[in-house]
Design a protein around this ligand. Structure first.
Ligand code: G3D
Ligand code: MG
Length: 175
């Protein structure tokens, strides 16, 4: 029998990097989605099967709606989270430079051991790309995170990004 897990994860990153697009692509592509609206944040649920871990995961993906100003919203957003996707837009360097801020916000709200995956999104926009693969990889490695390049538009590596995070969270429960 596969092991059963339930994890809450948060989507972190600047506005318009594709957090909502990734969440919707992931949760609506393969299974029925249950996208719920709360004040200032949304979450969606998806069941994930990981054969290589002999595990099933019910993943609750939380996504900040807009830029909530209230601390109480952010507390609810982070409460119980076990992992994060650090998303940036490869066509806007500023969103890459701001990853450090999102990382620190995640660390201070969830803890410094929280598994994170750096997601370089919008790689379909090859002509306007400004952040190279090597830079993204270097940043992730320097911080002990995994790295993946995705496109919410084409669906490339979207499932993989969440699966990578699931594996990290499962492995973290065994340490
Ligand atoms: P956010 O939730 O991080 O704020 P959104 O970002 O998911 O709302 O995405 C912001 C804009 O980027 C949206 O366009 C969305 O369609 C687009 N987008 C998201 N992911 C990708 C991607 O992988 N490739 C491309 N080409 N576009 C993407 P609009 O025009 O609706 O603002
Ligand atoms: Mg959004």
């Amino acid at each position: 029998m596969p092991a059963e897990y339930r994890f809450k994860v948060v989507m972190l990153g600047d506005g318009a990097v594709g957090k909502t697009a990734l969440t919707l692509r992931f949760t609506q592509d393969f299974f029925e989605a249950d996208y719920k609206r709360t004040i200032g944040s949304d979450f969606a649920i998806k069941r994930v099967s990981l054969l290589d871990r002999d595990a099933n995961v019910v993943l609750q993906v939380w996504d900040l709606a807009g830029q909530p100003r209230f601390e109480v919203v952010r507390q609810g957003f982070y409460r119980g989270a076990r992992g994060g996707l650090l998303v940036f837009d490869v066509t806007r360097r500023r969103t890459f430079l701001n990853l450090d801020r999102w990382k620190e916000e995640g660390f201070s709200n969830i803890g410094r051991e929280v598994p994170m995956v750096v997601v370089a999104n919008k790689v379909d926009l090859t002509d306007s790309r400004v952040v190279a693969t090597d830079e993204g990889k270097e940043y992730a490695e320097a911080n002990g995170f995994l790295y993946v390049e995705s496109s919410a538009l084409t669906g490339e590596n979207v499932e993989e990004a969440f699966a990578m995070l699931c594996r990290l969270m499962i492995d973290a429960t065994k340490q």
